[in-house]
Each structure stands twice: as C-alpha cells, then as structure tokens.
Design a protein around this ligand. Structure first.
Ligand SMILES: Nc1ncnc2c1ncn2[C@@H]1O[C@H](COP(=O)(O)OP(=O)(O)OP(=O)(O)O)[C@@H](O)[C@H]1O
Length: 242
C-alpha cells in the first residue's frame, strides 16, 4: 500500500510546553485514520503540522514523500479546519467558486464539482444564500464541501461533523467510505465514538504521547474493554471502580 502521510518521531513545543512527544504514525492510501484525545491534547497542532501551518520542533512529516511544509503539496490536500474559513458576505456559490479558482478548476468541471460536493453535504438548495444566512452546522457542511472540491488524494479533517445532525453525519460518513474505497486517504480528528469505530486505524493521544495506534478492534482488545468510549475514558484518566 502507498503511504500518503508519514509522521516520523515528531515533537512540538510551544515555549517550554511540550505538546506532542515523539509521535510516529502513517496514513495509507484508501485508509481512514482517526485521531482521538482529550481536549487540548494536541490533535489540532498535529493537523496543522501535517498541513505545514506549524513547524515541528523535531522530527519530520511527509505528504506524498515530500517534507512539509510544501506549497506544491497543498493542491493534493483537502483541509477542513476547526473554525470555518468562509467569506460571510458572499453566497455559498461564490465561496465555492473562489476556492475552485484557487484549485485551478474552471468551466464545466467547476460547475459539476460544485453541484456534486453540495449534494454530498445536503446543501444543493442553499447555493444562493449568503453565509450570514447559514446556521453553524450549514457552515461546517459548506467547509466540508470546499475541502472535497478538487478531489484531493488526502483529506485532513479537524472535527468535521461538529454541529451536524446524526442523519446527515451518517450520510457524510458514507461518503467518507466511498472516498476511501476510491483510494483517498482520510485523517480525521473526532470526539464522536461511533465515528472512531468506523476508522480503519485509530490513534489515541494522551499527555502528548501516542498511546495507541492500531485498528479499533486491536485498541479495544489491548485495553481489555468492549468499546472505544471505554478506551477514551481510560486514556483520559477515568478509571473503572472494579
Ligand atoms: N500557537 C500556540 N501557542 C501556544 N500554545 C498553543 C498554541 N497552539 C496550541 N497551543 C497549546 O497546545 C495544546 C494543544 O492544543 P490543540 O489545539 O492542538 O489541542 P486539541 O487536542 O486539538 O484540543 P481540542 O480537542 O479542544 O480542539 C494546548 O495546551 C494549547 O493551549
């Protein structure tokens, strides 16, 4: 299998605060990798380093065998940040057209891609609304649509389904499965346990260390518990009474 992202012994400090310690993981073509960890454990920091928006203090991150940060790799990545980067005075269509232009999409293909990605997130009837008229969940969905526009080989999604209702969440995860089956590598941070169960591989961060890096089944087995929720509670320092 093709390695799309390789994180090799990466540490990151902000001043004297070491947020991530010696993290090593990889994401393969056609794989969904889920990153779990308590709030403030460094998930977004790792995502930003993968995108080249933060620099590792030590270690190396490569995307398609290219050391990050690398401008040339950005066209191969679909990125959805935790806060929506949308132009609020513009309509959804204008936002999509702006990002399509950045990715070099034009003409018929641009039109088709805008239609397709808006159908994926269930916003096909809201193209002409300005972002001011969008709810928080609609903004998340539009951000996801934008990250999918250029059919990237790698999707990096920082809590993509926050504020999205369970029905739409299910259909969005079905799309992730379809993208994965088409060979897309997906790296996703989440707090949602049933999403974690759907990943091929799970990473669990605690106190800056990657304490698990395996399939959901193997992570549950090695912790002797029946659900990822229990693994998560254990990783957060919550212990069972027995
Ligand atoms: N630019 C920065 N300067 C200083 N400290 C930072 C900076 N960015 C993040 N941190 C610190 O790094 C730690 C990890 O933050 P990060 O946002 O990566 O956590 P997270 O796991 O994504 O949290 P959440 O689940 O709440 O989004 C926190 O203690 C945060 O305060």
């Amino acid at each position: 299998m093709n390695t799309i992202v390789n994180v090799d012994h990466v540490s990151k400090s902000f001043g004297s605060h070491e947020v991530l310690k010696d993290i090593t993981l990889s994401v393969q073509e056609g794989e969904i990798y889920g990153l779990l960890g308590p709030s403030g454990s460094g998930k977004t920091t790792l995502v930003k380093m993968m995108m080249g928006l933060e620099k590792a203090t030590s270690g190396e991150i490569t995307v398609h065998q290219t050391t990050m940060p690398s401008l040339s790799q950005l066209v191969n990545i679909g990125y959805m940040a935790q806060s929506d980067a949308l132009y609020t005075d513009l309509t959804a269509k204008e936002n999509l057209e702006f990002f399509a232009a950045l990715y070099g999409l034009g003409g018929k293909r641009k039109k088709e891609r805008i239609q397709t990605v808006m159908e994926i997130v269930g916003l096909q009837n809201d193209l002409s609304k300005t972002i001011h008229q969008y709810s928080g969940g609609m903004k998340r969905r539009l951000s996801l649509a934008i990250s999918l526009l250029h059919e990237p080989k790698l999707l990096i999604l920082d809590e993509p389904t926050v504020g999205i209702d369970p029905v739409l969440r299910k259909s969005i995860w079905e799309q992730f499965q379809a993208l994965k089956n088409a060979g897309t590598a997906i790296f996703v941070t989440t707090h949602v346990m049933d999403e974690a169960e759907r990943c091929d591989k799970l990473g669990l961060i605690r106190d800056g260390l990657l304490i698990a890096n395996d399939s959901p089944e193997a992570v549950k087995q090695s912790n002797g518990v029946g659900s990822i929720e229990e693994v998560f509670l254990l990783s957060g320092g919550v212990h069972h009474a027995n």
